[in-house]
Design a binder for this molecule. Structure first.
Ligand code: GLN
Length: 444
């Protein structure tokens, strides 16, 4: 029964060693019992799920991993949560994340880091580190994350699970706390590709409350066909640049050769503007963040510090409430948008974004999918990179170009190095999740 399944997960969570959840729902068991007694027959009837803590679930705290939202409990459900509940899913709780999704290791969370279930001394990736780690640790059968520049795929790769960043517009962002609106999508994380397709069939779809939502009917589970005969794979050499761990390079090539043995063909290609993607991504992401995070002023949500007048209150609240990575990004983003620098930085970054997009359009007109390593290295040690933001930003080199272009991309496990999982990234044409899923399904 749903009650038994939910009780099992709650018990596993209780014994957890990874700090994957910020909030465990005290209503989960009750909700499961109700699903049983109603005889709910939705596609996810009684199936538990974990939700990243920047996606609104009515009645559960929504902290975004930040002190500034302490005590904030949203009164409404995100579009994806409405859909999950309608399908019968049981919400287990809210998962740990980098503060406001800014990071690649889940170490910037106000609630402490999450450990990687494969090695508790290592990071689970980020920013949806909690969502990936709880799936890998058996503390949820699947979860939702958000991916602005890799935040679903990076932790999926580091934790040895599957994570999909859908095409921009496919999933409503209503109820997702915005970090960089033009880049991000909610994405599913699961143990296998089938579960990803099942979740996509539930959560994707048009929503008038998100002006970038797209009205298309895609049947994701129908894409699960075990056949890649004739599939044309492009292998962009820029994704195998300096700093890629040799075992990761080897594992990804082994995967590509496996596709070849199954009837696919591959060819190396060049995407000359990819080398500028990381810089463009960070300028755009920080600029959008500096504007989005202006709403956290102590007046409306969560934490408030007292001050002699309104300005003092806002400034003290923000000084106390935000962590140092968030402050760094607000400052840099404000700088990049300010008069006199706007053209030099923000506008330039937008122009580079167009060039990156054109690179994708050009190679994806010749190939069905592109394949590359998701991350240049396996999971690193907790504390190893956190003092050096630039090194941490560099770890997004293979994931953030995809968000600039808005195309779909999945990370699937493709091997190990020293006992740590490696992720293969399969990138597709806009709205061609079916081909991406078919390739990933055939591979696993
Ligand atoms: N690591 C990237 C960043 O910090 C990506 C984060 C994300 O996708 N939310 O911006």
């Amino acid at each position: 029964s749903a009650e038994e399944v939910t009780a099992h997960y709650l018990e596993t969570i209780r014994k957890s060693k990874i700090n994957g959840y910020i909030t465990v729902s005290d209503k989960a068991l009750e909700q499961a019992k109700r699903t049983d007694s109603e005889g709910h027959n939705g596609p996810l009837a009684g199936v538990p799920i974990a939700i990243k803590d920047n996606i609104s679930v009515a009645g559960l705290p929504n902290s975004c991993g930040s002190k500034i939202l302490e005590g904030y409990v949203p009164p409404f459900n995100a579009h994806v949560v409405e859909k999950l509940l309608k399908a019968g899913a049981v919400i287990l709780g809210k998962t740990n994340m980098d503060e406001f999704a800014m990071g690649s290791s889940t170490e910037t969370s106000y609630y402490g880091p999450t450990a990687n279930p494969w090695d508790l001394e290592r990071v689970p990736g980020g920013s949806s580190g909690g969502s990936a780690a709880v799936v890998a640790a058996g503390e949820a059968p699947f979860s939702l994350g958000s991916d602005t520049g890799g935040s679903v795929r990076c932790p999926a790769a580091f934790c040895g699970v599957v994570g999909l960043k859908p095409t921009y517009g496919v999933i409503s962002r209503y109820g997702l706390v915005a970090y960089a609106n033009s880049l991000e999508q909610i994405g599913p994380i699961a143990n296998n590709v089938t579960d990803i397709a099942v979740l996509m069939d539930v959560i994707a779809g048009y929503d008038h409350r998100d002006s970038t939502s797209i009205d298309r009917n895609t049947e994701y589970q129908k894409a699960l066909v075990d056949n890649v005969k004739g599939l044309k794979i492009g292998v962009p050499k820029e994704f195998f640049g300096e700093g890629i761990h040799p075992d990761i390079e080897k594992a990804v090539w082994n995967a590509i050769h496996k596709f070849e043995s199954l009837g696919a063909t591959w060819e190396e290609v060049s995407m000359p503007n990819i080398k500028y993607a990381l810089a463009s991504y960070y300028i755009i992401a920080m600029s959008e963040a500096s504007s989005n995070l202006a709403r956290f002023d102590g007046t409306r949500y969560g934490f408030r510090e007292s001050g002699e007048n309104w300005h003092a209150m806002v400034s003290k609240t923000r000084a106390e409430g935000f962590g140092s990575e968030v402050k760094r990004r607000i400052l840099l983003g404000t700088y990049a948008l300010s008069a006199g620098y706007h053209d030099k930085y923000y506008l330039k970054a937008l122009k580079v974004r167009t060039l990156v997009k054109q690179d994708f359009d050009s190679v994806l007109s010749k190939f069905d999918v592109l394949m590359a390593p998701t991350m240049p290295t396996p999971a690193f040690k907790i504390g190893e990179k956190i003092e050096d933001p630039l090194t941490l930003y560099l770890s997004d080199v293979n994931t953030c170009p995809i968000n600039l272009a808005g195309v779909p991309s999945i990370s699937v496990p493709c091997g190990f190095t020293d006992g740590l999982p490696i992720g293969l990234q399969i990138i597709g044409r806009p709205f061609d999740e079916p081909t991406v899923l078919r390739a990933a399904y055939t591979f696993e």
